[in-house]
Ligand binder design. Structure first.
Ligand code: SAM
Length: 296
């Protein structure tokens, strides 16, 4: 264990994750602290995890562990598809998902749709290792509400990756069945969608409700999981829906420059711990019962 640096001031980033749960990281320097039209942006240099970006008090990325999340939300869907050419990233203004998508040679164009231009500009300025692919010639950026964008595009994408903030305010609609239905229209007949669905310890109801909303729309759907140390509880889930391909199988190869994702991990991520299986299984049964009740 390192001795504490007594010279640095006792300044901490505190994330109020639940009424009775907080995460604390020592701050070395505050770099950005501003309110945009949409959300509050904070960038701090932390002692343990490097630079950290928080939106409305919730960690989005840290330099040290962002690869765990970006690789798992991107490569599972991308490698489940044999030739992903057109990719849509919903949210994801930091550029981490785009960086991973661009690693796949089959990609012809990737479109990033984030509502808040200030997030993109902040990432360009303070997170060059994350935003590095945003100027790639295959990348197109639209700054608008993705709920609107997705409605305006039909039969266009092979893969949609929903890298959104938590389901509040302007992001809430991205976790609903109506959004997944329009996203299904925006996907081609071989399309795959993946969305981050929070922590089963911190937000079990979001995990199950989002997964079930997606499952009502897509004929093939699964939940998978991975580790993200600085997200609440460190255990993260992703819901994946597909029109044609079983996303548990890999059909295209993984990029070489990865640090978390492997083919073996792809397969094992779909093996759920029993409590997680029960969480989505129990709610699915309850919903079937509710449907039966409504029908009578
Ligand atoms: N990995 C992060 C997480 O899981 O918390 C998400 C990172 S990314 C910075 C989230 C982005 O989603 C934000 O930049 C936010 O502006 C964007 N966003 C939220 N709702 C949106 C919407 N309706 N349309 C477009 N972008 C949206």
């Amino acid at each position: 264990m390192q001795p504490m640096d007594r010279r640095s001031p006792d300044l901490w980033y505190t994330e109020y994750q639940k009424p009775d749960m907080r995460l604390g990281l020592r701050i070395k320097e505050i770099l950005v602290n501003k309110q945009t039209q949409y959300q509050h942006i904070l960038v701090v240099e932390t002692a343990e995890y490097g630079r950290l970006l928080a939106l409305d008090g919730a960690i989005q990325i840290t330099e040290r562990d962002e690869f765990t999340y970006h690789e798992m939300i991107t490569h599972v869907a991308m490698c489940a598809h044999p030739t992903p050419k057109r990719v849509l990233v919903v949210g994801g203004g930091d550029g981490g998902v785009v960086r991973e998508v661009i690693k796949h040679d089959s990609v012809e164009r990737v479109t990033l749709v984030d509502i808040d231009e200030a997030v993109i500009e902040t990432s360009r300025a303070y997170f060059p290792s994350v935003s590095c692919a945003l100027d790639h010639p295959k990348v197109e950026i639209a700054t608008m509400d993705a709920l609107v964008y997705v409605k305006e595009h039909v039969d266009e994408f092979n893969v949609i990756i929903v890298d959104s903030t938590d389901p509040v305010d302007f992001a809430a609609g991205l976790y609903e069945k109506s959004f997944f239905a329009t996203a299904a229209n925006a996907l081609k007949s071989d399309g795959i969608i993946v969305a981050q669905t929070e922590s089963p310890f911190a937000e079990p109801e979001i995990v199950s409700s989002t997964f079930l909303a997606l499952r009502e729309v897509f004929p093939i759907s699964f939940l998978y999981w991975g580790a993200v140390p600085t997200y609440p509880t460190g255990l993260w889930t992703y819901a994946i829906g597909s029109k044609l391909y079983d996303p548990r199988e890999t059909r295209s190869s993984a990029p070489l420059d990865v640090r978390y994702y492997t083919k073996d991990l792809h397969h094992s991520a779909f093996i759920l711990p029993k409590f997680l299986k029960d969480l989505i299984g129990r709610d699915a049964k309850m919903q079937t019962k509710e449907k039966a009740c409504h029908a009578t």
